[in-house]
Design a protein around this ligand. Structure first.
Ligand SMILES: Cc1ncc(COP(=O)(O)O)c(C=O)c1O
Ligand SMILES: N[C@@H](CCCC[NH3+])C(=O)O
Length: 413
């Protein structure tokens, strides 16, 4: 789709990656606008005429270009901080199509979200709900709320990105939800809108989603008997993507199996990775090759501060040469960065034919790539480019060394 070989040369849409590297330097994130829009439409179209809101999870990739492209096609957004909220507003989003998630909302965040008229808060705890009620009262407003319930369902994903088990910090135990809903229902400053549930990320099977949905529907019925009627279910994000050869979720099948169960309730989804993950790549240059009797290391100019997923989750990203015919030393290479950490690797044991100066693309890096990057080892963050057909545009300037010092002060005594 967005990234393919054309005459053995890797392209983003119709643009050769080599041309982007010449223009913008290395390392570089490259996004395909066509893929981002296509992926969002896959979700939206699958709902047909059923009431729904596809709220892109901003944390996956919060570049203003990505957000503005999605805002233009009518996306809602899922934000978890004021930073994300201000980003989507700047990008032209309609706040009334946005949900505010996140584990610990501050008074300032709650106030701002109420001012701009967000669609709903996804409340994480009784204490947080009391805080939201207090802020709404001070503003003489009614805050729209859903309670994030934890259904104790195993998402069967990496433990760091599983969120729906009792042992995880997220949400409220589903069995403890009713008294909290009763309190919300009886408050003049809270408006009960829905139930929220997000069980984890990079799920590759539909069944955990449906198990969680069954538990949520039991709660809907119990609340109904108490005359507390929710009007939507927010089933979170979590749809996995193909990083390697894994089977992933068919979005049409996923959404139609949800719709089979939910009657006329409006459905909100918060996909992040499924929209941007495969719509972005990270391109890095081979600086040095170093081989010993045991190992072959390709030392690249990209590092764990630019793309943390391999170090943090042992995540796999496919590695492709930007010139399929490039000749070099054929070996099983570990791609390691310049950072002073043994865990600084982007890929291990990949059969490639490499020479110094080659460019390599780490595929499926559009989600949780740039957003999880840092300045560790005082490395400036890399540039980002968005491609559409044969056009391309810089959407984030490469940071300069000076940028790194901008907010710091020396002690001068
Ligand atoms: C509350 C919430 N919604 C949505 C998402 C997006 O998840 P994903 O990128 O897996 O779709 C996350 C991240 O896991 C999340 O925590
Ligand atoms: N950052 C994770 C996903 C976490 C999702 C946020 N709840 C990843 O790269 O896979």
């Amino acid at each position: 789709m967005g990234f393919s070989y054309q005459n053995h040369i890797l392209h983003a849409e119709s643009v050769a990656i080599a041309d982007l590297m010449k223009t913008y330097g290395s390392p570089l994130y490259v996004y395909s606008r066509t893929d981002i829009e296509y992926n969002w439409h896959l979700f939206s179209h699958a709902f047909g005429i059923h009431p729904h809101l596809v709220c892109y999870a901003v944390k996956a990739n919060s570049n203003l270009a990505v957000l503005s492209v999605l805002a233009k096609i009518g996306s809602g957004f899922d934000v978890v901080s004021n930073g994300e909220l201000e980003r989507i507003l700047l990008a032209g989003a309609d706040a009334s199509r946005c949900v505010f998630s996140g584990v610990a909302k501050t008074n300032i965040e709650i106030k701002r979200a109420l001012e701009v008229g967000i669609f709903c808060f996804n409340v994480e705890s009784m204490a947080e709900m009391i805080r939201i009620e207090q802020v709404a009262k001070e503003m003489s407003m009614q805050a729209p709320i859903s309670l994030r319930v934890n259904p104790d369902v195993d998402a069967k994903t990496h433990p760091y990105i599983s969120t729906g088990l009792k042992e995880n910090k997220f949400g409220v135990d589903i069995d403890d939800a009713i008294p909290i809903y009763k309190m919300a229902y009886n408050s003049p400053y809270l408006k009960v809108k829905g139930i929220d549930c997000h069980i984890g990320s990079q799920l590759t099977k539909i069944s955990p989603f449906l198990d969680a949905l069954d538990k949520v529907l039991e709660l809907v019925a119990k609340l109904g008997k108490l005359n507390i009627h929710v009007t939507h279910l927010d089933l979170g994000g979590g749809v996995g993507i193909k990083y390697d050869n894994e089977q992933t979720i068919d979005i049409n099948a996923y959404i139609s199996s949800i719709l089979d169960k939910v009657g006329s309730l409006k459905i909100i989804l918060e996909p992040g990775r499924a929209i941007v993950g495969n719509a972005g790549i990270f391109v890095t240059k081979v600086e040095f090759l170093k081989q010993n009797s045991d190992k072959s290391f390709a030392i690249i100019d990209g590092a764990m501060n630019d793309l943390l997923r391999p170090s943090f989750y042992q995540a796999y990203h496919q590695v492709l040469p930007i010139d399929e015919n490039a000749e070099g030393i054929d070996a099983h290479w570990d791609l390691v960065g310049p950072i002073c950490e043994t865990g600084d690797f982007l890929a291990k044991n990949r059969r490639l034919s490499l020479s110094e100066g080659d460019y390599l693309a780490l595929m499926s890096a559009g989600a949780y790539g740039s957003t999880m990057s840092s300045n560790y080892n005082s490395r400036p963050r890399v540039a980002e480019v968005m491609v559409l057909g044969s056009q391309y545009t810089l959407v984030r300037e490469r940071e300069t060394i000076q940028d790194l010092f901008n907010k710091e002060y020396m002690i001068n005594d």
